[in-house]
Design a protein around this ligand. Structure first.
Ligand SMILES: *Cc1c(COP(=O)(O)O)cnc(C)c1O
Length: 433
């Protein structure tokens, strides 16, 4: 097929020749990075397939149950598959876990008791967890149940503040929460190896402390997961990486048997635990999504690397930078003003398969402390493994871009975002030459 024909369809979808050519020049420099991402996906694809085969996933597993959901073989086998992939004793993977925040709240609330202390050695956790913990007061927070909280920030260069971490671990410290991804911050994302070093340090001081990792956006980005380097629990959302774009809801907790059991008793009821919870008709999506997750994550990663290089060369601050190794699928681009954030998100929205004709606007989203603009025209509402971008309207006015169910779609979305900035006069075409 001729290059011309491709340019033509891009042009018919609002991309000018300068933006298209600029994108392709950037792409030309990324062959090695992309090959490494593909090699990683190949390994993870086999890891998931092997787990499914070893657990003897059968056609009957895809059917699902109603009512109490006793003896739901598909649900139980899926949880066994997750446990195998994460190399953990057990897992809880449920549509009744409504989102990532719920999964994290569940893991925390079920494994902490009044008088215990929760500790974050990697700074402030994800915005929505502030109300879960009670950093911002909220009904039913851990603070209301007499669970205290401490945090030690990362040092300015992004390294762990080992001295203060040691000082803040005390006899009340029961659970340590480590967020892998940067979330809405511009700090670096933690590699699995760095998480391993941190857990090792903490366990030397207090061996029986539970180390939990918020694994959101990190699954399948590397060939190892935090549970391979000592985490007692890894927690995440199925409308991010491990759902592969097909899971319409859900969250997971994989980890030590006792941690998972505590979570199951809290999710359903003491005494019932994992035995109940009908899977309804959702299991095919969960299985097939998990099966596709390694390659979907790879496409999203390519999009993130592409976006970093596109915007870095235009002079914007990007985290991670264009050459850094990746540990999650999020790309932060700092525009320094609200107009840039809004234009970027409008471009991403215009690239969507669903709702491309609507214009996103900043709004007061529950759980966040500033207005947030979100671009998402997704098949699954709010899914951020699908092409999406969001940015809190507050300094430093950074936008967080992620997802894309296919690399080709991620590429188009990024070019649309750039086109939107060009069309609004925020970037001059001169710079694209
Ligand atoms: C998305 C995310 C969460 C919360 O997940 P929701 O599904 O949005 O509730 C928590 N932590 C991190 C790092 C995340 O990226």
């Amino acid at each position: 097929m001729s290059e011309n024909k491709t340019l033509e369809i891009y042009q018919s979808m609002g991309i000018c020749e300068e933006v298209y050519s600029y994108g392709n020049r950037i792409l030309g420099s990324l062959a090695e990075r992309f090959a490494a991402i593909d090699a990683n996906a190949e390994y993870n694809q086999l890891k998931v397939l092997k787990a499914m085969q070893e657990c003897q996933v059968s056609e009957a597993c895809l059917l699902g149950t109603t009512g109490y959901g006793y003896n739901d073989i598909g649900r139980d086998a899926l949880e066994a598959v997750y446990a195998k992939v994460f190399h953990t004793e057990d897992a809880l993977v449920r549509p009744q876990i409504t989102c990532g925040t719920h999964a994290l709240a569940l893991a925390l609330m079920s494994n902490l008791r009044p008088g215990d202390e929760l500790f974050s050695p990697v700074g402030k956790p994800y915005d929505t967890l502030e109300e879960v913990i009670g950093i911002r007061p909220s009904k039913g927070s851990l603070a209301e149940y007499g669970i205290t909280y401490r945090q030690v920030d990362l040092l300015p260069d992004g390294s762990f503040d080992y001295e203060n971490i040691k000082k803040n671990i005390n006899k009340k410290t029961k659970l340590v929460t480590i967020q892998r991804s940067k979330g809405y911050q511009t700090r670096p994302t933690l590699s699995v190896d760095r998480i391993g070093e941190l857990i090792h340090f903490i366990k030397e001081i207090k061996p029986d402390v539970i180390c939990m990792v918020d694994n959101c956006y990190g699954e399948f980005v590397e060939t190892k997961e935090p549970s391979d380097v000592g985490a007692d629990m890894v927690v995440g959302s199925l409308i991010k990486n491990p759902g592969g774009g097909l899971a319409p809801i859900g969250g997971y907790i994989a980890g030590k048997k006792e941690c998972v059991e505590n979570a199951a008793y809290r999710l359903t009821s003491p005494g019932l635990g994992k035995e109940v919870g009908a899977s309804l008709g959702i299991l095919t999506n969960f299985y097939q999504g998990f099966f596709l997750a390694p390659t979907v994550t790879a496409g999203a990663l390519k999009g993130a690397v592409f976006a970093a290089n596109i915007y870095e060369k235009l002079g914007f601050a990007v985290v991670p930078d264009g050459t850094e190794s990746r540990h999650d699928i999020i790309q932060a681009v700092t525009f320094g003003n609200a107009e840039g954030v809004i234009a970027f998100c409008e471009g991403i929205q215009a690239a969507a398969p669903v709702d491309s004709h609507v214009t996103p606007e900043p709004w007061d989203m529950p759980g966040y402390d500033a207005k947030v603009i979100m671009a998402a025209g997704a098949f699954v509402s709010g899914s951020s493994i699908e092409l999406s971008a969001d940015g809190p309207i507050k300094p430093p006015f950074a936008v967080y871009f992620q997802g894309g169910l296919t690399w080709q779609h991620a590429k188009f979305g990024i070019l649309k975002s750039l086109q939107s900035l060009v069309d609004k006069g925020l970037i001059s075409k001169e710079f694209l030459k």
